[in-house]
Design a protein around this ligand. Structure first.
Ligand SMILES: [Zn+2]
Length: 190
């Protein structure tokens, strides 16, 4: 009961909703050139080949740049984990993988609008220069049961939750079977 009493009401859920909202807003921007004109996100209209924007979660095995653009070691670990999760009856989906720098910039700009300050936005969305998604070294896992499976089993594949406030964000951090290091508080911690 103490936990409930001292918890900032709705803090974490609000953050999750806002990040999803930011992604949605960025998506609208990324796909707002139906005539095929220049797209600030760098991708073809409605597609994700060059931006990494996903309008819906996709399979870890999908032939999409958000997946194929991942660093090969991370992608292989993700595939192995997804197969074992499926054997456990849990479907892993990817809500975000490789991102272009311009798409990451859109996510951050939208988050700044949502949170009202860059300082707060940076707790949830990194910069194009620092984001591991831009280098293909991070993947976001859904749905909740999938992310939960990965939190509990990811270390078997070297996949670790690296930010305490993002139970969906995983990076290839350790050798398979090693113990994951303690997650940093949030993305603004570096
Ligand atoms: Zn992430």
């Amino acid at each position: 009961m103490d936990r409930v009493t001292h918890r900032r009401p709705g803090a974490a859920p609000l953050g999750m909703v806002a990040v999803l909202l930011a992604g949605t807003l960025a998506g609208c921007t990324a796909t707002a050139s139906p005539g095929g004109g220049p797209d600030p996100a760098g991708g073809p209209p409605g597609g994700s080949q060059d931006s990494g924007f996903l309008s819906a979660p996709i399979s870890p095995f999908a032939d999409d740049w958000a997946i194929t653009g991942l660093e090969p070691g991370l992608r292989a670990a993700l595939h192995a984990a997804a197969e074992d999760a499926a054997a456990d009856g849990v479907e892993l989906v990817v809500t975000s993988g490789r991102r272009s720098a311009s798409y990451q910039r859109e996510l951050l700009d939208n988050a700044i609008r949502v949170y009202g300050s860059e300082e707060e936005a940076r707790r949830w969305v990194s910069t194009p220069e620092l984001s591991r998604h831009v280098t293909g070294e991070a993947v976001d896992i859904g749905y909740t049961d999938g992310a939960d499976w990965m939190v509990r089993n990811g270390a078997r594949y070297g996949l670790c939750q690296t930010y305490a406030n993002e139970m969906w964000h995983f990076e290839l951090v350790v050798a398979p079977g090693e113990v994951c290091p303690t997650a940093r508080p949030d993305a603004s911690a570096g």
